[in-house]
Design a protein around this ligand. Sequence first.
Ligand SMILES: *Cc1c(COP(=O)(O)O)cnc(C)c1O
Length: 219
Amino acid sequence: MPLKDSLQTTLQTIPSEVSLIAVSKMHPAREIEEMHSYGQIDFGENKVQELMGKYGQLPKSIRWHQIGHLQKNKVKYIAPFVYLIHSVDSLELLEIIEKEAIKNNRPLAVLLQVKIAQEESKYGLTLDSALELLTFKKEGKFPHVAIKGLMGMASFTYNKEQIKAEFSYLHKFYETHQKEFGLEILSMGMSDDYLLAIECGSNMVRIGSKLFGKRNYTV
Ligand SMILES: *Cc1c(COP(=O)(O)O)cnc(C)c1O
């Protein structure tokens, strides 16, 4: 399907209050540029090197989202331009983001990634440690970082009830603490589960293959 149509048909399934992040990892810059020309502004990447290369080539009107696990020694490369980091999964990473925000004289916006999947391998904070980081922030730590909200990834499973339970678990925590910590963003949902995620309260979806097709692993 042409990119214009896949963007349009996808947007038709997303309520207007939900933001769409077009996940462009492993797709070439020209496809991003084309989709950007149809009005899509937010793009997500999970590898710092790939993100930097594309940032360098593409219009500065694009807002770049770091959506995958971020290594501490790579924060410095994206701090000058990244729009939102979705994947803060440790206190140490948050501390480094604070330092880089100061160095670049640029506040940085982040989400705390919470582990909601039952699988072993996924990154993410427990709810307790997320609450701890939010409390540090409220007490005045990390003044140059804005914790805008939370991100979660559900298990890779066909069991819809399990996926719903995982999304609902994070949504409940989000709702409970939204006011106290000024949270605005709940980033949940990918190509295969974003409709469920929206049902469960997500207001930001990260969609790759449904928009761009199968990823090109040779990019
Ligand atoms: C790749 C990726 C997505 C998008 O996945 P699709 O299934 O292609 O929609 C969303 N979020 C994260 C963190 C990803 O790494």
